[in-house]
Design a protein around this ligand. Structure first.
Ligand SMILES: C[S@@+](CC[C@H](N)C(=O)[O-])C[C@H]1O[C@@H](n2cnc3c(N)ncnc32)[C@H](O)[C@@H]1O
Length: 229
């Protein structure tokens, strides 16, 4: 995502990692992978990007859709959904899946609700901090979770995410290579060292966890794919 007015956007989106002083990391396969979504979703994504609304990159969304089909996902959760365009794409692609999307920003939530209103019987948007909303779900409620909220929150949310994920379910955390700062491709700016430490802590936790099988994949800005044993 590019933004000329970084400070305004940091305030507006409360984005700890929003920093356009460095180019966004592009994976080596970004030019090969092609995203297949409906014209409606493609248009909404383009419009959101034009307004600098955060949207998952094409390669990452394509990966999520493929993975959700491989998993035959029936109960999907998106944590940090912005306008819920990833949830909408997943809902369109998997007609028998229920999709729940959490967003804490009230304006984004309003847009998410409207977008998911296309499938009122199986999609819902919830407004609130994921740390609170996750507590309201029963154990094993979801078989597919896309984690894409504030990156500093990932490690804090992990215990609840594991609890609400069913056995055999998948947890995909986005942006875990964050501009190449995490794996040493690009040195992180000094002011982002804490954020880098939080993401590393998350990666250490999911790769060391005996209840999870985790693989970090270098597409988009990096995703960590964890399967609950
Ligand atoms: C990268 S954007 C989401 C993009 C979206 N997942 C997509 O694929 O289009 C991150 C979103 O998470 C929201 N967010 C950040 N921290 C959150 C939290 N603790 N609980 C709920 N939402 C949060 C932000 O308001 C922002 O809209």
């Amino acid at each position: 995502m590019q933004n000329d007015n970084k400070n305004d956007k940091e305030i507006q989106f409360n984005y700890a990692h929003f920093d356009t002083s460095v180019p966004e990391r592009k994976s080596g396969t970004a030019g090969i992978n092609k995203l297949s979504v409906s014209e409606n979703v493609a248009t909404l994504r383009a419009e959101a990007r034009a307004k600098q609304i955060p949207v998952a990159d094409d390669e990452t969304l394509g990966f999520l859709i493929a993975l959700a089909h491989a998993k035959n996902a029936k109960s999907i959760l998106e944590v940090g959904c912005a306008h819920a365009l990833t949830s909408l794409a997943l809902a369109e692609s998997l007609p028998s899946a229920r999709v729940t999307a959490i967003e804490k920003d009230e304006n984004f939530y309003a847009a998410a609700r409207e977008n998911l209103g296309k499938f009122p019987n199986r999609c819902s948007a919830l407004c609130g901090d994921a740390a609170d909303v996750l507590l309201s779900f029963k154990d094993g409620s979801f078989d597919f979770i896309f984690l894409d909220c504030a990156k500093v929150q990932y490690i804090k949310l992990l215990p609840q995410l594991k609890r609400v994920l069913e056995r055999g379910g998948v947890l995909i955390a986005d942006d875990v290579l964050l501009n190449g700062w995490i794996n040493g491709e690009v040195p992180p700016p000094a002011k982002r060292k804490m954020l880098v430490a939080h993401i590393r802590e998350y990666l250490d936790a999911v790769t060391d966890d005996g209840e999870l099988i985790t693989s970090v994949v270098g597409i988009g800005d990096g995703v960590a794919l964890s399967v609950k044993k």
